[in-house]
Design a protein around this ligand. Structure first.
Ligand code: F6R
Length: 241
């Protein structure tokens, strides 16, 4: 695992955009694994700028998002479907038929999750997986657990995840308690993993990811065994390593 520490969030997120842009230039029909939350927003802004400037082309790109809440409609203001449209897809020349987000409203969530995994394998696995990290070390919504769960699955969100995500909702009671998340298998099968973490609130999760044992109670620690994973950090997130 490589670690790059930048002066500030803007530089770390810019570096992530450059890596995704380079991948698209090398392979226009790349399969991109995408994340939501605050961390990737500056990266998406830079990708939008590069696309609108004609530097990168998304017309052949295929995307798979990490996760979606269970039980909120795709057009709900806090759904990850809506987030991706507003923060990326509506502003780039991607074919929305090539964008994929787990279905948190499927009548059979387990079957839909299994089909999501199969589709990623059929697409040749993810070329570049963009990740943020939770304060508890989660990647996707793979919460601290006794083991690493390989497949896409329904997860009950940890209390500190619900607390961290309440800022997107009217109140903490409105935050869904469950989500569908890509498992550790698809993330580890990605050819390249790019994790962005910024701010002091991520410092302990980064310390636990980088130091100590690979431990499912800190799910991001599995990335130490990935052959091509990079952490892009600002100084605050890197302050404990
Ligand atoms: C989002 C996701 C989560 C977030 C993490 C950090 O799709 O899978 O793992 O990346 O919760 O969220 P932010 O960036 O909002 O601090």
């Amino acid at each position: 695992m490589r670690i790059c520490v930048y002066e500030n969030q803007s530089q770390a997120c810019h570096a992530a955009a450059v890596m995704i842009a380079a991948q698209l230039i090398k392979k226009p029909n790349s399969v991109l694994g995408l994340a939501t939350g605050s961390s990737p927003i500056p990266t998406y802004q830079e990708l939008i700028r590069l696309n609108q400037a004609g530097v990168i082309d998304f017309s052949q790109a295929v995307t798979y998002n990490l996760d979606e809440y269970v039980g909120i409609a795709p057009d709900h203001p806090c759904s990850y479907h809506r987030f991706m449209n507003e923060n990326l897809f509506d502003h780039i020349n991607i074919d929305k038929a090539n964008t994929h987000i787990p279905d948190g409203n499927a009548p059979d969530l387990a079957a839909a999750a299994a089909a999501y995994d199969k589709a990623i394998v059929s697409a040749g696995n993810i070329d570049v997986q963009l990740l943020g990290i939770g304060r508890n070390g989660h990647i996707g919504f793979n919460e601290p657990h006794e083991s690493f769960i390989h497949g896409c699955h329904v997860v009950t969100l940890a209390n500190n995840t619900i607390d961290a995500n309440k800022r997107f909702f009217a109140s903490i009671d409105d935050v869904p308690r469950q989500a569908v998340t890509l498992g550790i298998g698809a993330i580890m099968n990605a050819h390249q993993v790019v994790l962005v973490a910024c701010g002091a609130s991520k410092a302990e999760a980064i310390r636990a990811t980088v130091c100590g044992d690979t431990d499912p109670h800190v799910q991001a620690s599995i990335l130490r065994t990935h052959p091509n994973a990079i952490l892009l950090l600002d100084k605050e997130a890197a302050s404990l390593i």
